[in-house]
Design a protein around this ligand. Structure first.
Ligand code: NAD
Length: 504
């Protein structure tokens, strides 16, 4: 592809391959079998990990159960819990570079982005520490002279935390510190493609003084490890981030024991651009939403729905900006978009683009793999598809790659119908210089998050999650801790005696 911005292989020094083990009841343990991860950009061996199965999952769940039922962890004061979480945050900061490099080599994301994510993760641990001290229940002093009602907020118990490969350290940090702040214990299973930064987090937790068994880590594949964590009767809740398809499988498996489920799943997020929008700002945000993390992002703004009068002007701007986005070696500090996670996934992206073209979409840019000089890995070029219609697969499915679908609308109602006309409902954006248009759209769109005249700004204070098939439950904000709690109603008779029920 011509006229793109490409960053060739760097001569960055790679660390020695990492050996990952399970953390079960405070002890690092191996398995007879192992699995390897090679850098999707460089092809080099990055890590060899113990390959857990049902025995390791069961041992980890039993350890978490004991730590919850038989130790004073759930009853620890908010202050003590907060101090521990703050220590973890400081240790994450101290090891930021090591964690960031590992994240780059296993996931293919650019180093500058990885550094920012690890910094953001430390901030999440700090934010959760603040919640540990401020979370509380409720009281009812209006139930009559004899009764005082108290609503206690208690930790839900043992939580299975199952995470994906696209933001390995950030996503575990959206869950685990909140679960710990609430007083839960956990078993964590990272993706088999990106296991090692979760192991580094385990080292940090031990160094920070977390008691044995409170957090356990099992490495391995979705089936059997994740599947066991979903079905086990000693688990009280599953907190899962990943594909909608696997989310459905977990819901079915967990139904036997009716445990609580929290799901952060896929998205097909629309950015709706009205005729009076600032097209330069919108185009830049659309480029960001399309190419950030190579489009391998639940929040990818992979669908633009633009008023037909400005469609061409917007599309031209997006294409021009796309050519300037730096694709290449993720170890180079200037790279903005790195490698695709795997050969299989690259083929899946290419398939979506091929099908869209066959269905009548026009390739305004790209539509093919990208060669990065000196690197053997998988790269896919910036891709813009115009003339997409709502019936096309690329307008409905989560592509999870650097490919944008552009659709057009004529009226406000049509824009809303198009935005809501897919199975997903994670996030949505609206661009207009009229705040009334933005607010009306924000109220009508079915999505967990709506951005007006911006895209993908996130804050620990603001809850995040999806509607429809994008998930259930919320992370972050005070709700992020509340997810990991259960309410207990305490109804107290505060005056002597009780009016008898039995007559005579
Ligand atoms: P995935 O569903 O394939 O895997 C996610 C995790 O589930 C992995 O750890 C995997 O080993 C495990 N798993 C697989 N099969 C399982 C089973 N039967 N039982 C239990 N666990 C099982 O997802 P992925 O490919 O790693 O990640 C990409 C997906 O994640 C995308 O769909 C993306 O939208 C979604 N995602 C959502 C959010 C969000 O916050 N909504 C954030 C990031 C990623």
């Amino acid at each position: 592809m011509k006229d793109l911005t490409v960053i060739d292989a760097t001569s960055a020094v790679m660390p020695d391959p990492f050996t990952g083990r399970h953390l079960i009841d405070g002890i690092w343990t191996g398995s007879d079998e192992t699995f390897q991860r090679h850098s999707p950009a460089h092809g080099t061996l990055v890590s060899t990990s113990a390959r857990g199965g049902k025995p390791e999952a069961d041992a980890a769940i039993a350890a978490a159960r004991r730590a919850f039922d038989d130790t004073d962890w759930p009853a620890l004061s908010g202050k003590a819990r907060a101090m521990l979480l703050l220590k973890v945050a400081d240790l994450i900061d101290a090891r930021r570079e090591e964690i960031a490099v590992m994240e780059v080599l296993e996931s293919g994301k650019p180093i500058s982005q990885a550094r920012a994510e690890i910094e953001g993760a430390a901030d999440l641990w700090r934010y959760a520490a603040s919640l540990a001290r401020t979370a509380h229940g409720d009281s009812h002093n209006t139930l009559g002279p004899d009764i005082l009602g108290v609503v206690l907020r208690e930790p839900i118990g043992v939580v299975s935390i199952i995470t994906p490969w696209n933001f390995p350290f950030l996503i575990v940090s959206q869950k685990l510190p909140f679960a710990l702040a609430a007083g839960c214990t956990a078993v964590v299973k990272p993706s088999e493609l990106t296991p090692s930064t979760t192991v580094l987090l385990g080292e940090i937790l031990i160094e920070a003084g977390l008691p044995a068994g409170v957090v356990n880590i099992v490495l391995g594949f979705g089936d059997p490890v994740g599947a066991r964590m979903a079905v086990h009767e000693a688990v009280d809740m599953v907190s899962f981030t990943g594909s909608t398809q696997v989310g459905r499988r977990i819901a079915a498996a967990a139904s036997g024991t009716l445990k609580k489920l929290s799901f952060e799943l896929g998205g097909k997020n629309p950015q709706v651009v009205f005729g009076d929008a600032d097209l330069d700002a919108a185009a830049d945000a659309i480029a960001f939403g399309t190419y950030f993390n190579a489009g391998e992002c639940c929040n990818s703004g992979s669908r633009v729905i633009v008023h037909q009068d400005v469609a061409e002007a917007l599309s031209d701007r997006i294409v021009a900006l796309s050519r300037k986005v730096a694709f290449g070696d993720p170890m180079h500090p200037d790279t903005q978009v790195g490698a695709i996670i795997s050969v299989d996934h690259q083929a899946k992206i290419a398939g979506y683009v091929r099908d869209a073209r066959a269905a009548g979409a026009r390739i305004a840019l790209g539509g093919e793999a990208l060669d990065i000089p000196g690197l053997p890995g998988c790269f896919y070029g910036p891709t813009v598809l115009a003339g997409v219609t709502p019936d096309m697969t690329i307008a409905r499915d989560e592509v999870f790659g650097p490919a944008l679908a552009i659709l057009t609308f004529r009226t406000f109602d049509e824009a809303v119908a198009l935005a809501n006309g897919v199975d997903y409902g994670l996030s949505a954006g609206v661009w207009s210089s009229d705040m009334h248009t933005c607010l009306q759209f924000a109220r009508k769109v079915r999505a967990g998050t709506v951005w007006t005249n911006t895209w993908m700004d996130g804050f620990p204070e603001m809850p995040f999650g999806g509607v429809k098939q994008s998930g259930q439950g919320r992370e972050l904000g005070r709700y992020g801790l509340e997810e990991f709690t259960e309410l207990k109603t305490l109804t107290m008779k505060v005056t002597p005696g009780r009016a008898p029920w039995v007559r005579g």
